[in-house]
Design a protein around this ligand. Structure first.
Ligand code: OMP
Length: 232
């Protein structure tokens, strides 16, 4: 797999037109993510467009509900012929297993990823706001293990935890890292960040890099700069 194929670019934009403009502008991107903002706005239309262009699709709706609802949502999402999808590990073991079973029943089988701890949260948030009495790396690891034991294919974690998750969960567990920022980009609301090169070296299978590319004055130049830095 080339380095470019390991970068997933989120279409975090408000309308189908803006999304299509980005697809036209960045033909070298092979893997796109559709998240809550665009899916709520366009529904499956944007997924059809991506299929038409033979792109890989990460449908990131981060399901978090009771087992019956999560399983139903996963089953419905399979109809779109997507490659990756997300749910929260904190939905619990029964919901994670129900999701796995729903996917197994469907003719197309996307890989399911569990969110361990959002990359916008830091240790302080975990301890003081969420009242979780574990160190952050330990908490992320426990969420990944819960997902793995429930039959989930992989996890979303920050680059800070990816080396440990790789070591404990093994080479076949798919690890996807958002919270990735080139040294020249702003971090925005991300709290646990590393550069693309650091994140891949630490063991990530895929990186999710959004605003440093999509909100750049020149998205093509930003994309090329990231690829060059990764190849150098
Ligand atoms: O599931 C995700 O993709 C995700 C999980 C997470 O913990 N943090 C996180 O930022 N994301 C998503 O990754 C993308 C990051 O975008 P940028 O911060 O613009 O690079 C957004 O679409 C987020 O919804």
């Amino acid at each position: 797999m080339s380095v470019a194929d390991k970068i997933i670019v989120p279409l975090d934009v408000p309308t189908e037109e803006t999304a299509i403009a980005l697809l036209d502008q960045l033909p070298d991107v092979t893997f796109w993510k559709v998240g809550l903002q665009l899916f709520v706005a366009t529904g499956p239309l944007i997924l059809k467009e991506l299929k038409k262009r033979q792109k890989k699709i990460f449908l990131d709706l981060k399901f978090h509900d009771i087992p019956n609802t999560v399983a139903g949502a996963c089953g419905s999402a399979c109809e779109y012929g997507i490659d990756l999808m997300t749910l929260h590990a904190t939905a619990g073991k029964t919901a994670l297993k129900a999701a796995t079973q729903a996917i197994a029943k469907s003719p197309s089988s996307p890989q399911l990823l569990a969110i361990t701890l959002l990359t916008s949260l830091n240790s302080r948030d975990l301890a003081f706001d969420l009242k979780i009495p574990l160190e952050l790396p330990e908490y992320a690891l426990q969420m990944a293990l819960l997902a793995k034991d429930s039959g989930i294919n992989g996890a979303v974690c920050s680059p800070h935890e990816v080396a440990q998750l790789r070591q404990v969960c093994g080479k076949d567990f798919v690890l996807v890292c958002p919270g990735v920022r080139p040294s020249w980009a702003q971090t925005g609301d991300q709290r646990r960040v590393m550069t693309p090169k650091q994140a891949l070296n630490a063991g990530a299978d895929y990186l999710v890099i959004g605003r440093p590319i999509t909100m750049a004055d020149d998205p093509v130049m930003a994309w090329n700069r990231i690829i060059d830095e990764l190849r150098s």
